[in-house]
Ligand binder design. Structure first.
Ligand SMILES: Cc1cc2nc3c(=O)[nH]c(=O)nc-3n(C[C@H](O)[C@H](O)[C@H](O)COP(=O)(O)OP(=O)(O)OC[C@H]3O[C@@H](n4cnc5c(N)ncnc54)[C@H](O)[C@@H]3O)c2cc1C
Length: 460
């Protein structure tokens, strides 16, 4: 049986894992664990996208025309590009690819990311009409950039992080953008109503027309080159129609779990993993947007990177000596002991002695902070860049304390939510001066002092 590590997906998590594993050093995340890697593990990354790995978070900057695709590329990660894994054979421990190749694995890592959600709209099937684009990959972004012209009528469906980023980028390209958000305000997952309104005001200064509480019912298409026709308008639930040359679907994402499901792995919303990022098959791990840890699927870059770092540390760390020597107490232990023994004999890591080797790295969850910078080329009032950061629970429950500063004229807003003696969430908009201190306090989850909490907002 192969001892190789095979990674499916060369996106944020898969590429980071491969880089960490092939650096020949123990990743920073595992710096407290003494290991002595003596050989580079054989790692194969199989990625369906044709491009070299790239920083997905910066796609809006490419769409806006600020960066060329080469600026966000991460070519130092070798990936078998343009190859899709179509099946996992857990008995033979091989994966089958759409180019006919079969790749054996010792450890398989699923880093398959997410798929954009296609909303149930009249006129929208699996074949997208011409002019309708998701916003997930560099190809999506390049197709959008090629389609947009000065004055193009663009409708963005969805007012979350992706929709807001896409609307701003298209406006910067000179499009007439309408953003249709079903919820009461923008970025409802991260912001509160007041911050959502400030964000709306900022987008409006960039020329974006924002409609909240606006439900899209369907697309009006006319016959075109493609089987699904060409989009001409977006129909709203109130009967109104928005003319459109271009429609961006930014209605959220769903973990990409099809391969895992077909292979019989435990899947709830995402692929279920434990603190060692292990799925229900001990030879298969999952990281990033496709993984569900402790009931949570994050859908954010920070957790994907942290999971990749932890998994790299785990795969480079020998288990406690007892696990190598003693009889296994459970199936998982047996597999781990076998894998560890194999790793040592394969020279992936040298066995180390001492207590440090007893503490295997663990993934215990990420306190994920969302950051967004909405750049703009304009110079008028409110047309400068807008910085935004949000974390944790930003809408208080009865009994929570809230400290808030708002300056609507200058588009600045700071708010923290405190429950008991703990900081549980916050929003900064406009001026992120206090973000480092706040993030540290939140991540540390330490009791707050009993003095008034105004200092949490930073500044004088
Ligand atoms: C435009 C945009 C902006 C974003 N902005 C932010 C932000 O500001 N902050 C933030 O935290 N997060 C942001 N995100 C989310 C963030 O990019 C994701 O959370 C992160 O990329 C997840 O990493 P991943 O490796 O799990 O998935 P991905 O980066 O999506 O990588 C998955 C890869 O697996 C490949 N793949 C899937 N199935 C197969 C298969 N069967 N065979 C071969 N290859 C396969 C896919 O093609 C893809 O390349 C943004 C996302 C987008 C699209």
């Amino acid at each position: 049986m192969s001892k190789d590590i095979v990674v499916i997906g060369g996106g944020t998590a898969g590429a980071r894992l491969a880089r960490q594993l092939t650096r020949r050093t123990t990743p920073a995340a595992a710096s407290s664990v003494r290991t002595t890697p003596v050989a580079t593990p054989a790692v194969t990354v199989i990625g369906e996208e044709e491009h070299a790995p790239y920083n997905r978070v910066l796609l809006a900057e490419v769409l806006a025309g600020r960066y060329g695709p080469e600026v966000i590329a991460q070519p130092q990660t070798p990936v078998r590009r343009g190859v899709r894994v179509v099946r996992i054979d857990r008995v033979e421990r091989v994966v089958q690819c759409d180019d006919g190749s079969v790749v054996p694995y010792g450890t398989l890592v699923l880093a398959t990311g997410s798929n954009p959600v296609l909303p149930p709209l009249r006129g929208l099937g699996a074949d997208l009409p011409d002019g309708v684009h998701p916003f997930r990959t560099l190809d999506d972004c390049l197709a959008l950039a090629a389609a947009v012209r000065e004055g193009t009528r663009a409708v963005v469906i969805g007012g979350g992080l992706l929709g807001v980023s896409a609307a701003r980028a298209l406006a910067e390209r000179g499009a007439q953008v309408v953003l249709a958000q079903q919820g009461e305000y923008l970025m409802q997952r991260q912001l509160d109503a007041e911050a959502g309104e400030l964000l709306r005001g900022h987008l409006e200064t960039l020329g974006v027309e924002v409609h909240t509480e606006c439900r899209v019912r369907g697309l009006r298409c006319e016959a075109g080159e493609g089987a699904a026709g060409t989009v001409r308008a977006v129909e709203l639930a109130d009967g109104y129609a928005l003319d459109a040359d271009l429609v961006v679907l930014a209605c959220g994402v769903r973990p990409r779990v099809g391969l895992a499901q077909a292979a019989g792995l435990e899947v709830r919303h995402g692929i279920v993993v434990d603190d060692e990022l292990r799925t229900s098959d001990p030879h298969i791990r999952a990281i990033g947007d496709c993984a569900e840890h402790n009931g949570r699927v994050y859908g954010l870059a920070g957790p994907a990177l942290e999971q990749a770092d932890t998994l790299a540390a785990l795969l480079l760390t020998p288990p406690p000596a007892a696990a190598l020597a003693g009889p296994p107490s459970s199936h998982a232990d047996a597999t781990e002991a076998e894998a560890a023994a194999a790793a040592v004999s394969a020279g992936l890591v040298a066995a180390v002695t001492g207590p440090a080797s007893a503490s295997l790295p663990r993934y215990t969850g990420t306190r994920a902070l969302t950051r967004l910078t909405l750049n703009s080329r304009g110079t008028g009032v409110g047309a400068g860049p807008l910085d935004l950061a949000a974390f944790g629970e930003t809408n208080p429950l009865p009994g929570d304390d809230v400290v808030r500063l708002a300056d609507a004229t200058r588009g600045a807003y700071r708010k923290v939510v405190v429950r008991g003696d703990r900081l549980i969430g916050g929003i900064l908009l406009g001026d992120l001066g206090a973000v480092g201190e706040l993030a540290r306090t939140w991540e540390g989850d330490e009791p707050l002092p009993s003095t008034p909490l105004f200092h949490l907002l930073g500044g004088a």
